[in-house]
Design a protein around this ligand. Structure first.
Ligand code: PLP
Length: 425
């Protein structure tokens, strides 16, 4: 259906639209909906794909005969490191297989840096006064709350279709020694869906930084999470940084949280061999080794790197229709009104929605009152503050398809109502 842009409607037509959407919204509220599009979690059907893990491992020794039930092996099981080195395009000696959460590894790195300094620091970051990080926006809320919890200041830069605005980053880091690092979600970013190009990665890897121990936290959480058969390859940040003379600049993170079990997967850190030694040196003071039984379970379950790719194709079959449904319903309900833009991500877990500036919080409040939970307004920005109050992160993976349809239809009504309210105010 084609609609007229709100800006082109007469006062009477706008009043009629407001009336129509108010009625639609009142009707929505009587339906007793209880739908949730808040967090990017795998659905039960996706978790079922990995149930075989519950019957593994067979036996308890790894390829070298080590008894995985015992202490030790801080770097993680060799076979699993090799498998994910292949998938993340790094060398096995650059990879550590750890516990179940890559976010915990990111937090540990930050805390080690604050307490002791990075491998190439002159002193602990906490001794340097104000510390700042660059945050491409919209971005991952937990990155921001983590920095906030540690007292690290945040400077935003735009997230473009080819990754963070590298020129803006380069300008900022050139003269400010207090800027010690930045986040990059390089593949199918949360929530922008963008993929960092090799050119942008090369610029970030090679740019001049006032802080000689500047770090790129390269969070490749969605490296393998393709929604189409055209599989984006992540930029090769470790090689680029090494070639540019900054081998210790990037630290890469990934996990199987959205490959096997979100609560019982395996997380990975990949970096220069020196950074790996730095991390293990600190980790070893608080751990005698990771859960190698879970590592072995994952090795046996996947069999090979190709086994992981094949497994991801099964995820795609389950979730791609949900993403298509978000686009279909929004297009049908909102197309032409000029009240919203949304992306069609080729991977990852989110649809990035922008509504009329000044109405995102209202849309989310309306949806809540109608029984549809959306992520809090501003959550993709540091301190929860979206300067234009227009961004909403949609997470369609968890509910069944029919619930996605109902929820997006309801959100479309809320978007239209909020836009009509604003236009007639
Ligand atoms: N990084 C990003 C960008 C995410 O979106 C998420 C989860 O939503 C995580 C990290 C969490 O990773 P993990 O489960 O390995 O801690």
């Amino acid at each position: 259906m084609t609609h007229q842009p709100l800006a082109a409607l007469s006062r009477d037509d706008l009043a009629a639209l407001l009336q129509e959407q108010t009625t639609a919204y009142d009707d929505l509220k009587t339906r007793g909906l209880k739908l949730d599009l808040t967090r990017g979690k795998p659905s039960a059907a996706q978790l079922d794909l990995s149930d075989e893990l519950l019957n593994l491992p067979n036996g308890f020794t790894d390829g070298s005969g080590t008894d995985v039930r015992n202490y030790g092996g801080l770097t993680g099981l060799t076979e699993l490191r090799e498998m994910f080195a292949d998938l993340l395009w790094v060398e096995p000696e650059q990879v550590i297989a750890g516990g179940n959460s890559s976010l915990t590894m990111m937090r540990d790195c930050l805390i080690y840096m604050l307490l002791f300094g990075a491998r190439d620091s002159d002193r602990a970051w906490s001794k340097e006064g104000t510390i700042k990080f660059i945050c491409p926006v919209p971005g991952y809320d937990r990155h921001f709350t983590l920095l906030e919890s540690l007292g690290i200041e945040m400077i935003t830069v735009p997230m473009n279709d080819d990754g963070p605005d590298a020129e803006a980053v380069a300008r900022l880091v050139k003269d400010d020694r207090s800027i010690k690092g930045m986040w990059v979600v390089p593949t199918y970013a949360n929530p922008a869906g963008s993929v960092c190009s090799q050119e942008v990665a090369a610029r970030l890897a090679s740019m001049e930084t006032a802080a000689h121990d500047f770090k790129i936290f390269w969070d490749n959480a969605y490296a393998l999470h393709h929604l189409t058969e055209e599989e984006a390859k992540s930029a090769d940040i470790l090689t680029l940084a090494s070639a540019a003379g900054h081998p210790d600049r990037p630290i890469m993170f990934a996990s199987t949280s959205k490959i096997t079990f979100a609560g019982a997967g395996v997380a990975f850190l990949a970096a220069s061999v020196n950074n790996v030694a730095w991390y293990l040196g600190h980790l070893g003071n608080g751990s005698i080794g990771p859960d190698k039984v879970n590592h072995l379970r994952h090795v046996q379950f996947f069999g090979s790197a190709q086994g992981v790719r094949d497994h991801m194709a099964k995820h795609r079959e389950i979730i791609a229709p949900k993403f298509a449904e978000v686009d279909r319903v929004f297009s049908e309900r909102l197309g032409g009104y000029d009240v919203a833009t949304w992306n069609k991500p080729a991977g990852g877990y989110f649809v990035n929605l922008d509504v009329v500036p000044g109405t995102a919080a209202r849309v989310i409040a309306l949806a809540k009152d109608a029984g549809v939970a959306l992520t809090q307004a501003g959550s993709s920005f540091p301190h929860g503050q979206d300067p234009h109050d227009q961004n909403i992160r949609i997470a369609p993976t968890m509910p069944p398809l029919e619930e996605v349809t109902a929820a997006i239809d309801a959100v479309a009504t809320c978007i239209l109502l909020a836009a009509a309210e604003q236009a007639t105010a």
